[in-house]
Design a protein around this ligand. Structure first.
Ligand code: SIN
Ligand code: MN
Length: 265
């Protein structure tokens, strides 16, 4: 459960970071599975212009370990608490930000896309990020503009050319003004850290030119009553199964990791 101080920070600043929410053993198995997923050519795996993996969608639907993560109470419960109702999975992605080749995510608000492309009524969906690798100041961490969520939905332009991923991006003048007011934070830390942020919080990330990969899994959890009304994207990008998520046991990922290790021995 989030305490009063955490709820207040989320309300004011628009983000919360939980270092070491998952153990090294829990994360190791996911990291390994992610590499296997990126190695396969399938429509859900998008690549950078260089061919390096950029993002893998919907792995919770075809991979057991990522399925468990998608129902994990350490991720589901705090978001249920904030929205005061059950959740379904709007989007699920494993972003690679590969060593040397991981490309930029321009400044944007997630709700900008959920509204314009998916017909989501309100910004009552949350991105909750699980660090698969250590996220450092140097390997393309997520950069957030604190308090920018209070601006509501900002004007945005559809960038379909800069990267392999179309994004509704926010112009430099608006970003400059928001940064003058709120600054920029980039929560960093070991694999297993969890970062959640408001759907209207402006964020982006720089390319990764280091030898250190920066994989992050993002669950986009939407309040069931706020389900999308006008889907235009593929089902595996913006889901239309609005079934409420039933959280698994807290130990489910660790159990899976141990079974997996035994099977490998
Ligand atoms: C996103 O904003 O959706 C992804 C950004 C990142 O993984 O760096
Ligand atoms: Mn985003």
């Amino acid at each position: 459960m989030l305490n009063a101080q955490q709820l207040q920070q989320f309300e004011q600043e628009g983000w919360l970071y939980f270092p070491e929410a998952f153990t090294a053993e829990e994360v190791a198995v996911l990291r390994n599975e992610a590499e296997g997923i990126y190695a396969v050519d399938r429509p859900e795996v998008w690549r950078e212009k260089s061919g390096a993996p950029r993002t893998a969608f919907a792995a919770h639907l075809y991979n057991e370990a990522f399925g468990i993560l998608g129902r994990h109470p350490r991720l589901i419960r705090p978001v249920e608490q904030i929205f005061g109702e059950q959740l379904y999975m709007h989007q699920y992605k494993i972003n690679a930000k590969a060593a040397f080749t991981g490309d930029v995510w321009q400044w944007h608000q997630d709700y900008g896309t959920w509204l314009r492309d998916d017909g989501m009524p309100e910004p009552r969906a949350m991105n909750i990020a699980v660090f698969m690798d250590e996220v450092m100041p140097i390997n393309g961490p997520l950069m957030l503009i604190p308090r920018s969520q209070h601006q509501g939905n900002l004007a945005a332009a559809h960038d379909t050319s800069t990267t392999s991923y179309p994004l509704w991006t926010i112009n430099d003048d608006v970003v400059t003004k928001l940064v003058q007011e709120g600054g920029i934070v980039s929560p960093t830390g070991k694999a297993g850290g969890v970062l959640m942020f408001h759907g209207n919080l402006v964020h982006g990330s720089a390319p990764n030119i280091t030898p250190y990969p920066r994989k992050i899994v993002y669950l986009t959890l939407n309040a069931v009553s706020n389900h999308i009304r006008k889907p235009t994207r593929a089902e595996w990008i913006a889901h239309t199964d609005f079934t409420p998520i039933v959280p698994c046991d807290d130990g489910a990922l660790l159990d899976y990791a141990r079974r997996y290790k035994q099977a490998a021995e």
